[in-house]
Structures are given as structure tokens and as C-alpha cells.
Unconditional design. Structure first.
Ligand code: URA
Length: 214
């Protein structure tokens, strides 16, 4: 079977999975979207209301912001894989529980194995702690770390930046570093390095402009 066929087969298994209680309240499972040969994989926490309705990751408000962040990194959804640590919605959008994360981990590990990305970007502290436990996201966000055969970059969750606007310049800055980090990872992993196409846009600050008094 090809990688794409394996990924589709896995999505079929996830759609009928009953490994944890989240299946009892789900409308649709959300296995993840993207090509089976994506170089970058984004991992969020879990589906929210809109994702549970539609079966696709990051389609609500934080998804709109994620699209902006991808543009900041000169990426599109078509070239990255986006998924979550749990594939079914935790009721009321609560954080997934440790036993739910553990029950879903085999699905996530299988996706990582099939896709074999150069970089995993974790979105928020819950997916970060799978790879980099016992650190504060505020201390390590945006920093690339080699873990096993690939690199992991912890980023703030887009929803956190929507709720705490003071985080927005940081998350935009972290995403604008991704093209360079991807080339660093490619080089270290012996994968083809690609010229960074555009000049990286200046990070737009949310701070009100200071009046020029002169
Ligand atoms: N938040 C997440 O972590 N994942 C989604 O798919 C949507 C919102």
C-alpha cells in the first residue's frame, strides 16, 4: 500500500474508533488533513465544535488564524498535515484527559510514522508535552529541538493568541522563522534544501502606533 492509502485506511479506523469515551459524544471524528508526504506536521489539542460538525481540523476561529500564521510562514494547508492529539471532541471544549490522550496516541504515532515529517510543530502546551515534557511553553516557544529522527518546534496555540492578544506578535514571529528552520532541518536530515522564495514579511505588532511628536 502507498503512504496515502495507509493514511486513508487509518482515517477509516479512526472514524469508528471506540478506544475512549470521547466516541460516545462525537458527531464526527477528525483524523487530520494533508498530504501523506508533508514535510511539516502541525499537531493541536483536539477538535472543537466546528471540527466535530465538519470532520476537519482547525475550521473554526483558531483555524482562520492558523491560515494567517501559515501565510506568515509562506505555507498553505495543501502542503502541510494538520491534526490533533485526540481525534474526537472533548465535550464543552475541555482539555483532553490524560487517559484520552493515551488512548489516541497509537493513531497519532501511526500518522507520524506514515508521513515521516522533517518537522513537527506542536500547537499549545498539551501537544508540546507529548514531545517536550516539563517545560514552560513561554520559555521554549519557537525553538527547534531534535527529537529522534526529526525536529519539534513548540508554538503557542492559535486560540491562546486570540484570547491573549499580547501573544500575537510572538506567534507571528515564530511562524515567520519556519521557512529557515525547515531548511536547517532538511540539511541536517539530508533532505533537499529549497530556496526561501519571498522575503519574510515584517511581523506586524498589535501595539498601538506611538504618535510622532516631531
Ligand atoms: N483547536 C485544536 O486544537 N484543534 C482543532 O482542530 C481546532 C481547534
Amino acid at each position: 500500500m502507498t503512504a496515502e492509502e495507509n493514511l486513508n485506511k487509518l482515517a477509516g479506523e479512526i472514524s469508528i474508533c471506540e478506544h475512549c469515551a470521547l466516541h460516545e459524544t462525537r458527531k464526527m471524528s477528525v483524523p487530520g488533513d494533508g498530504p501523506s508526504n508533508a514535510e511539516i506536521m502541525f499537531i493541536g489539542e483536539g477538535p472543537g465544535f466546528h471540527e466535530n460538525e465538519q470532520g476537519h481540523p482547525f475550521v473554526g476561529a483558531s483555524g482562520k488564524f492558523l491560515d494567517q500564521l501559515l501565510a506568515q510562514a509562506e505555507l498553505t494547508r495543501a502542503e502541510v498535515f494538520i491534526c490533533n492529539v485526540v481525534k474526537c471532541r472533548p465535550p464543552g471544549n475541555r482539555d483532553p484527559l490524560p487517559d484520552e490522550i493515551a488512548a489516541c496516541d497509537a493513531h497519532l504515532e501511526a500518522q507520524i510514522k506514515i508521513i515521516n515529517p522533517s518537522i513537527i510543530v506542536t500547537l499549545g502546551r498539551i501537544s508540546m508535552s507529548k514531545f517536550i515534557p516539563d517545560v514552560k511553553i513561554s520559555a521554549v516557544h519557537g525553538q527547534m529541538k531534535k527529537i529522534g529522527d526529526r525536529y519539534v518546534i513548540p508554538m503557542f496555540h492559535p486560540a491562546a493568541a486570540l484570547h491573549q492578544p499580547q501573544l500575537k506578535p510572538s506567534i507571528l514571529g515564530d511562524f515567520s522563522n519556519l521557512p529557515g528552520q525547515l531548511n536547517e532541518a532538511r540539511e541536517a536530515l539530508g533532505r533537499p534544501v529549497v530556496a526561501v522564495k519571498k522575503k519574510i514579511q515584517e511581523v506586524v505588532s498589535d501595539k498601538p502606533k506611538q504618535l510622532n511628536l516631531f
